[in-house]
Design a protein around this ligand. Structure first.
Ligand code: CAA
Length: 695
């Protein structure tokens, strides 16, 4: 029974009970429709709807999207509730989101627990509020607030909802919702309060929708749903309520058909699926209360901050007391930032800084650590030395982790006497902000050590993805392939600025060369030097950027790289094109033109092809793992769903054909991934592999 019915005196109570989030799937819609009818048959003088469990309705059931709709549809259910001849009261708690908030707005009165969150997050799923939200919300809170909520999708707190008129009254957090809803209904009945349909409220004063459109389009960066949602809201200013609803439905249906909707919903489920690994079912993680961090540089300080924010006790080891002090200062700055952004209050900030954090120069201070993460210089000899020192002091059962981005974790593990305790925890900088964690599992890593990596990731608020060992694991290995494709295009005639523009138009916040400047050109330089001894003669690695590094130009941190930086504005560095032209001349490669479409195709084909190799080799378990890594760690535009979802939507046979064509020019770089060949031969998609992995 998804909706439980009860009559208490004159009031009918409908309790929604569809764990985990009371999604408004078909059964729930039936249950509410029947409950309303039964209440009226029973002679109820008021109806209270509330959610059992952890939340009011958190929205439509997203799993139904893309399937044929079934009656009763949510907009009709909302209209039925709103048309009730007796007052209907929504008693809200938890998260009243999307279709859930739309049901609440179709009710006549709203009472809400003080810690609830209310919002219309549909744009984040590539759609718009499709059950009257774009027409009812402006009538309740005005156009400015409605536009903000609907086009950003960001939920608001209960107090804000009360102040703006979205809810009528607040109840203390933790109150008994049934009792609060019932008391409010009885009070309304006693005061003779009539049904109060939101549709009867006149549309508020219009705002400058053209200006709003320009603002929303600018922020949306190619995403269709915010702009389309705004058009639906604007309809409330000019059309009758029913015509506005019809316009909302029309626009909703267009968005439902888009690839962006498919990409965003894939991203939603992939993010939740990614940490579910069959091999970890029933495997208990070890403790993660005390975290040791070796190195207090940017990365180490970020890791320590993330652990502190998760209320862990943290010990940071540095080589001398000056370095330890500098590390403490960096962590202090990070914590102050978290305080400023309202992530922690002053008392918590002080406790984390003064009681939870210690620094030391002697590894002995790590004797009680449950998990020890090294974040020292990327050099195998240095890492091995650090692990030898860790091993000497770590308690039995401590998890020994490396934050390396590239190096062979099996080799590091083999240098210790407890390889089963060793794994990679690859966080992304700044580690207290970026949400991706690659949990890199070595040949010898014990299952409970992997489980501990995932448990720690969850405690730190990260999205954790399992990766196998190879150079660069999932993300950096794929990055290295698409960067190589970009480098080849530059040697053949494209400019870094054209490539950056094309990829930014595709939806990346930054193109690859702007990213290189941000990360520091010295990182790529060191990497090129590291790989030089094993480089094959056919590999084409550009040298022009080494010239910049040799002159001390490392990108943003020195103010000069591919771009010149001046007060956060960037402009093209005039030295770069001449350096590229000189290198082309030296190599005897004539420059040719690339269209924007050709650049996009090659760049994406390289990304997809390498990603398919990563999945085919088992470095990533499923295509969705790759998608999540690129989405969370590499700025891949969420509305394309990740590279392998994008590939599915483009069609794999065409992509494979392109790769084969590119291979005619450069058969070494463009070797089609065996998995791609296999999928095309079977007429299958990457998503089929995701589904197979679930069964
Ligand atoms: N439909 C179907 N399943 C949903 C769902 C939904 N709307 N919301 C959450 N779930 C599922 C999740 O997939 C997850 O399933 P698994 O346990 O199988 O992985 C489970 O519910 C729990 O979700 P979370 O892990 O996300 O739990 P949380 O406590 O971290 O977060 C939440 C809870 C804030 C409600 C979050 O799940 C969320 O943001 N959900 C989506 C809300 C949303 O976008 N609603 C709008 C839907 S679209 C709509 O309503 C259209 C319309 O206008 C008609």
């Amino acid at each position: 029974m998804t909706v439980r019915y009860e009559k208490a005196g004159d009031v009918a109570l409908l309790a929604a009970d569809n764990p985990p989030v009371n999604a408004l799937g078909l059964d729930m819609r039936y249950g509410l429709q029947d409950g309303m009818a039964r209440a009226l048959e029973d002679g109820a003088r008021a109806v209270v709807i509330y959610g059992h469990g952890r939340t009011w309705f958190a929205g439509a059931d997203i799993r139904e999207f893309g399937k044929p709709p079934k009656d009763p549809m949510l907009p009709d259910l909302c209209n039925t509730i709103e048309a009730s001849p007796v007052p209907v009261i929504a008693a809200l708690h938890g998260t009243a989101l999307g279709g859930g908030l739309e049901v609440a707005m179709a009710c006549h009165y709203r009472i809400c627990l003080g810690d609830a969150k209310l919002g219309l997050p549909e744009v984040g799923l590539g759609i718009l509020p499709g059950a009257g939200g774009t027409q009812r919300l402006p009538r309740l809170v005005g156009f400015a607030k409605a536009i903000e909520m609907i086009t950003t999708g960001k939920p608001i707190g209960a107090q804000d909802a009360h102040d703006t008129g979205l809810v009528d009254t607040l109840a203390a957090p933790g109150s008994d919702l049934r009792a609060a809803g019932l008391a409010y209904a009885e009070m309304l009945l006693a005061s003779g309060a009539p049904p109060r349909p939101t549709r009867a409220i006149p549309a508020p004063e219009a705002v400058d929708f053209d200006y709003a459109q320009r603002q929303v389009a600018k922020k949306a960066r190619g995403q269709l749903s915010p702009v389309t949602a705004l058009a639906a809201v604007a309809a409330a200013a000019t059309l009758s309520f029913d015509d506005g609803l019809a316009e909302e439905r029309r626009l909703f249906n267009t968005l439902m058909e888009t690839d962006q909707r498919k990409g965003l919903i894939h991203a939603f489920f992939a993010e939740r699926q990614v940490s579910k690994l069959p091999e970890l079912a029933g495997v208990a993680p070890r403790e993660t209360d005390h975290i040791g961090v070796i190195g207090g540089g940017t990365m180490g300080a970020g890791i320590a901050t993330a652990a502190l924010l998760a209320r862990r006790h943290v010990t940071v080891i540095e080589r001398d007391s000056a370095a330890a002090e500098a590390g403490r200062k960096r962590i202090g700055t990070n914590l102050a930032g978290a305080l400023r952004r309202g992530k922690i209050d002053q008392q918590t900030h002080d406790a984390l800084r003064d009681d939870h954090l210690s620094t030391a120069t002697d590894y002995v201070a790590l004797a009680h650590s449950d998990v020890i993460i090294e974040a020292v210089f990327e050099d195998m000899a240095v890492k091995k030395q650090v692990f030898a020192q860790i091993e000497a002091v770590a308690k039995p059962g401590a998890v020994l982790a490396t934050n390396t981005s590239y190096l062979d974790i099996d080799e590091i593990a083999a240098s210790t006497s407890r390889a089963a305790d060793v794994l990679g925890l690859h966080l992304f900088s700044p580690a207290h902000v970026m949400r991706l964690l690659e949990v890199v599992v070595g040949d010898a890593t014990a299952p409970e050590v992997t489980a501990t990596g995932f448990a720690l990731g969850k405690a730190l608020g990260k999205v954790s993805v399992r990766a196998g060992v190879c150079d660069g694991f999932i993300g950096n290995r794929i990055l290295s392939a698409y960067r190589t494709a970009a480098d080849h295009m530059i040697l053949d005639g494209a400019s870094p600025y054209q490539i950056d523009r094309v990829m930014e138009d595709f939806g990346f916040a930054m193109g690859p060369f702007a990213v290189a400047d941000l990360a520091g050109l010295d990182i790529g330089w060191a990497n090129r030097k590291r790989l030089a001894p094993t480089r094959q003669p056919h590999e084409r690695v550009p040298a022009y950027v080494d010239r910049l590094c040799e002159e001390g130009h490392f990108g943003q941190k020195t103010g000069r790289g591919y771009y010149v930086y001046d007060d956060r504005n960037r402009s093209e560095n005039p030295d770069v094109i001449p350096l590229i032209e000189a290198e082309r001349a030296e190599r005897g490669t004539p420059a040719r033109d690339f269209t924007d479409a050709q650049i996009l195709r090659r760049y994406m084909a390289a990304m997809v092809n390498e990603a398919a190799k990563v999945v085919g080799e088992g470095i990533a378990r499923r295509p969705l793992d790759v998608d999540v890594v690129l989405l969370m760690g590499y700025g891949f535009p969420r509305y394309h769903g990740g590279p392998l979802k994008w590939a599915d939507l483009q069609g794999l046979p065409d992509l494979l054909r392109d790769i084969e064509t590119f291979a005619e020019e450069d058969p070494h770089f463009w070797q089609p991934a065996p998995l791609l060949n296999k999928l095309v031969a079977k007429g299958a998609s990457f998503d089929d592999l995701n589904k197979d992995a679930q069964t």
